[in-house]
Design a protein around this ligand. Structure first.
Ligand SMILES: Cc1cc2nc3c(=O)[nH]c(=O)nc-3n(C[C@H](O)[C@H](O)[C@H](O)COP(=O)(O)O)c2cc1C
Length: 523
């Protein structure tokens, strides 16, 4: 546990000193963003032809028709969650963007599909290749369950550490949270529920995905270790148990050898240390939350989900003048509340532990200032007791009655929001920015894995805002670079109880017209 606290403190950016990092980009050792397993049989997946007949608002209504699980529908699911969304180019450089965002576009997250035989898909363990929109079959195994598939997420910390050094472990966890929400939305678009399987231990996920097969990674240095992260059950049926799945894998035939991502590496020993300290053991139980029912979400967009997901982009700059309507603002915040029957919150039964503090700059009819959105009534009391005693906690005129939005102080917070976000103008020139406060004092020795999961939850909030922003005709951007304790001090936070784990900003983007843009796939 001590390791987790030490890592968290050492990986904080401070106004007088950034967390230890490489101090520059060594292009010669830039990690390959695409994992490959040479020698594994490959299967090209069909691409979406046009858009799915499901609009954004349908995801939050009475139900989307359930598609049969075949190679076509599974391919759509993978394309809309982990697939490429475009190729960008500038000055002779070319890089791919994906439906799931990633800090620095470095993409540490890998995806594995584990399925029984489905029309067009053989049973086994498959690695998803976003660059090809294809599968590499790592293991042939006679899985015989029905009613769904398993999707495992893993993370290669080196990909982020190459650029961000010690703080990279945090970004890998944020990215995992974004990817989890991306899986949930894509599944919902096909009419499938998605559930995080909390009881699987990390060692079991490593066995399931083949990460535990050291010989298959020989040469792909241990410095590029791929870590198990999360396992999701996709589909209407009941997930098979870990024991049953792993027993079937005992006699499986495996194929493929992992590629090496960089010719050389730099060590960031805090990262394997915190990774080891936060692994989850098998059989972990989560306590289901008792949450009050909420009214339905107001309509946001009739655009096809598949279009909106593929159009999602991070704003690199905001125009500094455009406001959003109060109705759009309230809808975006409402989508952050835990409606456990709706994506992406239907992934888990756990209570929300991450709560936004908002810096409102440009929302029609809403006074600029600092606001707070405690996502549960219990959090309202805790946050109030932990922050400055002179915050107002005033209700907001015109705010929907069920939305727990409170004004802490009316003021111009543009400079402040940018200053605590590593001086990034994107936090000031937008309509609003947020800081995400996570409950921290319950990350105890028996639950060190919660350290990862708090970032996942923050990443999920970020993914909701990315897509809600697109639905409202604006854009969002994740902000992993912020000054942790400067924000805590300004809020008067008792830092043992809550910690700032992520920032986000939403507004009218200025598009950089110098960038070239190509279709994600040639075929
Ligand atoms: C966890 C996370 C942290 C990020 N932090 C920043 C940041 O501090 N500043 C910034 O300009 N963009 C940030 N981004 C945006 C990424 O640079 C962006 O997602 C990536 O370049 C891919 O582009 P796309 O989102 O348009 O697909 C962050 C994104 C994520 C997911």
């Amino acid at each position: 546990m001590e390791l987790v606290r030490i890592y968290h403190e050492r990986s904080k950016h401070r106004q007088d000193r950034y967390a230890p990092g490489p101090g520059g980009l060594d292009w010669a050792t830039q990690p390959n963003p695409f994992r490959r397993y040479a020698g594994a049989p490959e299967l090209e997946l069909p691409l979406l032809a046009g858009e799915l007949p499901v609009c954004w608002d349908d995801l939050f209504g009475p139900g989307v028709p359930q598609q049969a699980m075949t190679v076509d529908s599974i391919a759509s699911f993978l394309q809309l969650s982990l697939g490429l969304s475009a190729w960008k180019s500038y000055g002779g450089n070319r890089w791919a963007l994906r439906c799931n965002p990633s800090s620095g576009n470095l993409h540490p997250t890998e995806g594995y599909l584990i399925c029984p035989a489905l029309p067009g898909l053989p049973a086994g363990v498959h690695h998803y290749r976003p660059d090809q929109h294809g599968l590499e079959q790592r293991a042939v195994a006679p899985f015989a369950w029905s009613g769904g598939v398993l999707l495992a997420l893993t993370g290669i910390h080196w990909r982020e550490a190459w650029k961000y050094g010690m703080r990279a472990f945090r970004y890998c966890q944020h990215d995992c949270g974004h990817a989890l929400a991306a899986l949930s939305y894509a599944a919902a678009a096909l009419g499938w529920p998605a559930r995080l399987l909390a009881d699987w231990g990390d060692d079991e996920i490593a066995a399931l995905t083949g990460l535990a097969r050291a010989a298959d990674f020989a040469g792909a240095e241990s410095k590029e270790a791929e870590e198990p992260e999360a396992l999701v059950w996709i589909g209407p049926g009941i997930a098979p148990t870990a024991a049953a799945v792993l027993a079937t894998l005992n006699d499986a035939e495996w194929a493929g050898h992992a590629n090496t991502l960089s010719p050389q590496h730099r060590d960031w020993p805090d990262i394997p240390a915190v990774a080891a300290a936060t692994r989850k053991s098998a059989g972990t139980k989560v306590v289901p939350a008792q949450l009050a029912a909420l009214p339905p979400l107001s309509p946001a967009s009739q655009e096809p989900v598949s279009h909106l997901i593929r159009r999602r982009r991070s704003a690199q700059a905001f125009d500094g003048v455009s406001a959003i309507t109060a109705a759009s603002f309230y809808r975006m915040l409402d989508a952050l509340l835990p409606r456990i029957a709706l994506p992406p919150w239907s992934l888990t039964d756990e209570a929300p532990y991450v709560h936004p503090v908002l810096f409102v700059h440009r929302v029609d009819g809403i006074e600029p200032g600092i606001y707070c959105l405690p996502r549960t009534p219990a959090a309202l009391a805790e946050l109030r007791a932990s922050m400055r005693p002179d915050w107002l906690w005033a209700s907001v005129p015109g705010c929907p009655a069920h939305l727990p939005l409170y004004l802490l102080a009316p003021m111009d917070v543009r400079d402040f929001a940018a200053a605590v976000s590593c001086q990034q103008d994107i936090a000031a020139d937008s309509a609003f920015a947020i800081a995400m406060l996570a409950r921290f004092d319950d990350i105890d020795p028996a639950h060190a894995w919660r350290y990862r999961q708090r970032y996942w939850e923050a990443g999920m909030l970020g993914q909701v805002l990315y897509l809600e922003a697109e639905a409202a005709g604006v854009q969002g951007t994740g902000i992993g670079c912020y000054f942790d304790d400067a924000l805590h001090r300004a809020l008067g936070l008792d830092t043992a109880r809550f910690q700032d784990l992520y920032h986000f900003t939403v507004g009218k983007a200025v598009v950089d017209k110098r960038l070239g843009s190509d279709a994600p796939y040639d075929r």
